[in-house]
Design a protein around this ligand. Structure first.
Ligand code: NAD
Ligand code: DAU
Length: 337
């Protein structure tokens, strides 16, 4: 058995990745290290615990990536370490940047330091297309300037720059992935697509920021997982790889598609004050990762339909989240907006 450490495995992408890898590689075991913040949810891993726990292929450790003791214990014996753990929501980073710096920058440093001691074969840092900042035209290539513009993207850029410094200075075999906007099952309902699906199901307004003409490149979470898998096994140490779905759409297109899929009226759309410093467009050139044999598989229309069905079939999962911490966040963010 080869051990992988997956930090942030109780979140949206991390839990999908754990499931994807355990199904694909029978010789891998995974230890998840997760602090279980508001975004971490053991329900995302319940089927994995049931299926792979008894086989000894899955193990959960509650802990903070910024805590060297917890990290040391979880990383012991790992061949690969993959860092998904992060504060991930841009609006929360505008409200309260401090925790983003603690987790996304300082926590990444603690992981890198332990990875250096353990001598892992690969350290994969999960980063984001937001580190390029607003892209008025063309598409970002990996050698483009890093110009983050929100506290979230700046903290993610900080994390990956430190990771790259560990490659240059200590020869730690670091690989970085820069994913575009993910959608799919188990996404916390603060993000655009799950928020709009669940609000529409509750006949609540869909709060569109500004004019709704901002563009994101949407990728199904499992295509992101296969991109990370490819970069982990075939990527070159010291290199970054863009992982984009090639589905650039305006937020208004996504909003209208969600309403159509649910048969809900357009008058649920409510324009609200724009996000501060809102990046209008992201766009990724994925030639570099495609050269390693990767390509996204899910077309957006099918992926959105399946995602809407998942939220329809898993009401308990998101209703529990919306009744908890999320309620206060929603009131702060949206009621007087
Ligand atoms: P998420 O918010 O759903 O999950 C984050 C997970 O990290 C949670 O389980 C949380 O409990 C855990 N966590 C947070 N702070 C921690 C800490 N200090 N120690 C240990 N665990 C901690 O996020 P996500 O959307 O699944 O994103 C996962 C990663 O992918 C992040 O690094 C994010 O920056 C990156 N990313 C996300 C997207 C996207 O569209 N969601 C796109 C590109 C990259
Ligand atoms: O691009 C990758 C990034 O995508 C990841 O690194 C982040 O972790 C992830 O959160 C996501 O960031 P965004 O800010 O793009 O995602 P969000 O779902 O918050 O918003 C998507 C777009 O929708 C953005 O233009 C803002 C807009 N929006 C969002 C919300 C929550 C609205 O118009 N209304 C809303 O209520």
């Amino acid at each position: 058995m080869e051990k992988l450490l997956v930090t942030g495995g109780a979140g949206f992408i991390g839990s999908n990745f754990v499931r994807y890898m355990l199904e694909k590689y029978p010789d891998y075991s995974i230890t998840v290290l997760d602090k279980l913040t508001y975004a971490g949810n053991l329900a995302n891993l319940a089927d994995i615990e049931e299926k792979y726990g008894p086989q000894g292929r899955y193990n959960f450790v509650k802990g903070d990536i910024a805590d060297p003791v917890a990290v040391k214990e979880a990383m012991a014996g790992a061949r690969y370490a993959l860092n998904f753990a992060a504060e991930s929501h841009v609006d929360r980073s505008i409200e309260e940047p401090g925790q983003f710096i603690l987790t996304d920058v300082y926590g990444t440093y603690i992981l890198l330091e332990e990875a250096r001691q353990v001598g892992v074969e690969r350290f994969l840092q999960v980063s984001t297309d937001e580190i390029y900042g607003h892209v008025p035209d063309g598409s970002s290539v990996e050698t483009d300037k890093v110009e983050p513009r929100s506290p979230y993207s700046a903290s993610k850029a900080g994390g990956e720059l430190i990771a790259h410094a560990y490659f240059i200075t200590y020869g730690l075999p670091v690989v970085i992935t820069r994913g575009s906007n993910n959608y799919g099952p188990y996404q916390y309902p603060e993000k655009l697509i799950p928020l709009f699906i669940t609000n529409a199901l509750e006949d609540k307004p869909l709060p569109v920021y500004g004019d709704g003409q901002q563009i994101r490149d949407w990728i199904h979470v499992l295509d992101h997982c296969s991109g990370i898998d490819t970069a982990l096994h075939k990527g070159q140490p010291g290199e970054a790889y863009n992982v984009g779905g090639g589905n650039e759409r305006t937020n208004m297109f996504i909003t209208q598609t969600v309403l159509e899929l649910l048969g809900k009226p357009d008058n649920l759309i409510t324009y609200v004050k724009d996000r501060a410093g809102h990046d209008r467009r992201y766009s990724l050139d994925t030639t570099k990762l495609r050269a390693l044999g990767w390509a996204p598989q899910k077309d957006l229309a099918t992926g959105l339909r399946e995602t809407v069905e998942w939220y329809l079939n898993n009401r308990q999962w998101w209703q529990a989240l919306k009744a908890g911490e999320f309620k206060e966040f929603y009131e702060r963010q949206y009621t007087k907006r």
